[in-house]
Write a protein that binds this ligand. Structure first.
Ligand code: LIP
Length: 274
């Protein structure tokens, strides 16, 4: 099947806006919060409702497309990426932010063909920033072209990272040791925005030099990885090898100097695959 990516992008942006309306409406209201894999892995009614809406709309317009969705996988569906045109969906990236009314919450729509991410939409539902890219056609934020930072010195870099949602001591040691290793490079600072996708878009926009995280999932980084690469950046595995969508780890960087400098300071763990 030949997919019309320009048409799909237009559809994806409209869909993200519609999902964003739901999120914005619920943002300041009282929320029903449940936990998933651990006490800091949160889900709300909005996550589930928005994912259902997104999948229904895609099925109506593109009946031959497949899906992987965060809440569908949490509900027991398999995370099965085939060569078929497949959407990888995170209805609310930054659920913890959403719960706390911290205004960095994104709808992520990634689209893969032959297992390659070829289109990505990341919509900050609160700020209204619409990040979008088609492979080979550049990256945009609200129609303005975006570009990564030109900095090559890790010591002059701002790094995005996260604590993640695991709270067991062994994993915390791993995360905190890596953060310690990064900050003592020394870098200018480490920021946590609370959304993997928006961290990657910050690198794509030239607002930070790199982002690294272990333990995230394909729906957190699929869409944003296309945006980053189209902004001139690198979406890599943490070892600086090609990105593995199911390996649950990413190193997003503005260039190879920054990527290699950062990668060499990290301890790398393998996680159960998506
Ligand atoms: C979250 C990420 C966040 C990361 C968490 C979690 P969710 O996604 O975007 O940056 O640290 O581990 O994966 O659950 O809000 O979609």
């Amino acid at each position: 099947t030949m997919e019309n990516l320009d048409e799909i992008l237009k559809f994806g942006k409209a869909l993200a806006e519609k999902a964003g309306e739901e999120i914005k409406t619920a943002f300041l209201q009282e929320k029903k919060i449940e936990t998933k894999a651990g006490c800091a892995d949160l889900v709300t009614e909005t996550d589930k409702k928005v994912e259902c809406m997104i999948i229904d709309e895609i099925k109506k317009t593109y009946p031959h497309h497949q899906f992987i969705g965060e809440e569908s996988v949490a509900g027991g569906l398999k995370c099965n990426l085939t060569d078929a045109p497949t959407w990888i969906v995170d209805p609310v990236d930054g659920t913890t932010n959403f719960v706390h009314r911290y205004p960095y919450v994104a709808v992520c729509l990634g689209f893969c063909v032959n297992k390659i991410p070829v289109l990505g939409v990341v919509y900050n539902a609160i700020s209204g920033e619409m990040f979008a890219a088609i492979k080979g056609k550049g990256a945009f934020c609200n129609e303005r072209k975006i570009q990564v930072s030109k900095e090559t010195d890790l010591k002059k870099s701002l790094i995005m990272a996260e604590f993640g949602s695991a709270r067991d001591p062994e994993r915390l040691d791993f995360v905190l040791n890596n953060l310690r290793s990064i900050i003592s490079t020394p870098v200018h600072s480490i920021h946590c925005m609370g959304s993997a996708a928006l961290n990657i878009c910050a690198v794509a926009s030239g607002q930070a030099e790199a982002y690294v995280e272990f333990g995230i999932h394909c729906w957190d980084y699929c869409a944003a990885s296309v945006i980053l690469e189209e902004a001139g950046g690198l979406a890599l595995d943490t070892t600086c090898t090609p990105l593995d969508l199911m390996a649950r780890r990413i190193l997003a960087a503005c260039n190879m100097d920054i990527a290699q400098g950062l990668s060499s300071r990290l301890t790398h763990i393998e996680l159960p695959r998506d």
